[in-house]
Design a protein around this ligand. Structure first.
Ligand code: UT7
Length: 349
């Protein structure tokens, strides 16, 4: 048996045998990206960088960027993605019992994006709350919504992951700004009598000893010891890329292994690895570690960059609309991000 992570606990769990009397199905998916593109050639004009460096080190070729002049932001992208997921599911928004939005770039802190999104799609008085778990927002949301449905508290829940990362970029910082773009991904989850469907194993973790490797300071008091606070850095993402890279390569692989162990499965049993798109090299390391064929680990970072909480739902939607995710298959969602946080959600579709 694989050694468990020191923090492994009930946060790493397979569903207890016989417990769920209700299954959960993914009824429909949606996503939204802005039309405006930010290409590597654009960065070559703005910064001391090159298409070659960016492609080799990250796999990214272009990203999408909200246009504030058109009123685009994380609220509008989330609304569009959830509306598309509801249409795809052929479910009326009035049937939603809950709307959960994972985001660290909400339009405002109060009201939450989820409240405005619920109102915009026509979800009546459905419960609505945001999750602040950085790039893990969507995967945390899948696990929370699954638990709410399995417990009988809710029947239909809209889960959205969305970030407006270009609003928190310092476009003079070539180490960070070339990585991020804007996107939203959504899924509508619904109760089903088929109890085999839904989350079969999951993990949700956080460890703030590494918080200073990835943070978004709002005041000069927010900077960690050793950093010089400046006005220019306020509301601009600060990242120690190398530290996050090392954390991610190890955590991604270990998280996949522990989730498979919890479910008593082997890597080859899973049909789809739907992973946070942070760097093509991080994804490739996991693919190699588990000997996965390319078609099992979806990669679209070349088109969108790292879209934080948006990325996993966006991947799911692209796979879903291509008809590649089918009933009965196993799909493992995996993410890591600021906090530091990391999470998995293994689904019987
Ligand atoms: O969602 C989670 C959030 N974050 C992540 O997942 C990020 C994880 N980290 C990474 O993806 C990588 O660390 C980066 C892509 C951010 C950086 O790649 P790296 O291979 O770790 O580069 P590095 O930071 O070690 O820098 C190597 C060199 C440095 O030059 P010197 O000091 O060796 O002369 C950098 O100044 O590359 C330079 N460099 C660049 N050069 C051209 C850094 N950024 C750029 C750039 N263009 N955009």
């Amino acid at each position: 048996m694989t050694a468990r992570h020191p923090h492994a606990s009930r946060a790493d769990a397979a569903m207890p045998p016989g417990a769920p009397a209700i299954g959960v199905r993914i009824a429909g998916c949606g996503s939204a990206v802005p039309d405006t593109r930010l290409t590597n050639a654009d960065f070559e004009r703005m910064l001391d960088t090159s298409d070659e460096w960016i492609v080799q080190r990250t796999g990214i070729r272009e990203r999408r960027r909200c246009d504030p002049a058109k009123g685009e932001n994380s609220r509008t992208l989330s609304t569009l993605a959830l509306r598309r997921a509801l249409e795809n599911a052929r479910i009326d928004a009035g049937e939603l019992d809950g709307v959960i939005v994972g985001t660290v770039t909400p339009e405002m802190l109060c009201p939450s994006n989820s409240c405005r999104v619920a109102a915009a799609v026509g979800a009546g008085t459905a419960a609505a709350f945001d999750i602040s778990a950085a790039c893990c927002g969507f995967v945390y949301g899948l696990n929370i919504a699954n638990a709410l449905i399995r417990s009988g508290s809710m029947r239909t829940v809209g889960v959205v992951g969305c970030d407006h990362m270009t609003s928190v970029m310092d476009y003079t910082d070539r180490r960070v700004s070339i990585l991020f773009g804007d996107a939203a991904g959504a899924a509508v989850l619904r109760a089903t009598d088929d109890t085999s469907r839904g989350v079969v194993a999951h993990a949700m973790h956080a460890d703030a000893t590494g918080w200073a490797d990835l943070y978004l300071p709002r005041s000069k008091a927010d900077f960690p010891p050793g950093e010089t606070p400046t006005d220019e850095k306020l509301n601009r993402l600060q990242m120690n890329g190398q530290a996050v890279f090392k954390f991610a390569v190890k955590t991604f692989g270990d998280l996949i292994q522990r989730t498979l162990d919890s479910a008593g499965l082997k890597a080859e049993d899973v049909d789809h690895y739907i992973c946070h798109q942070s760097n093509a090299r991080i994804l490739e390391a996991s693919r190699e570690r588990f000997g996965l064929p390319e078609e099992k680990l979806y990669v679209n970072i070349q088109n969108y960059g790292n879209t934080s909480a948006g990325s996993v739902g966006l991947c799911l939607d692209e796979l879903w609309r291509a008809g590649r995710v089918r009933e009965g298959q196993l799909a493992l969602f995996v993410a890591f991000g600021g906090g530091l946080t990391w999470s998995s959600s293994l689904w019987r579709i």
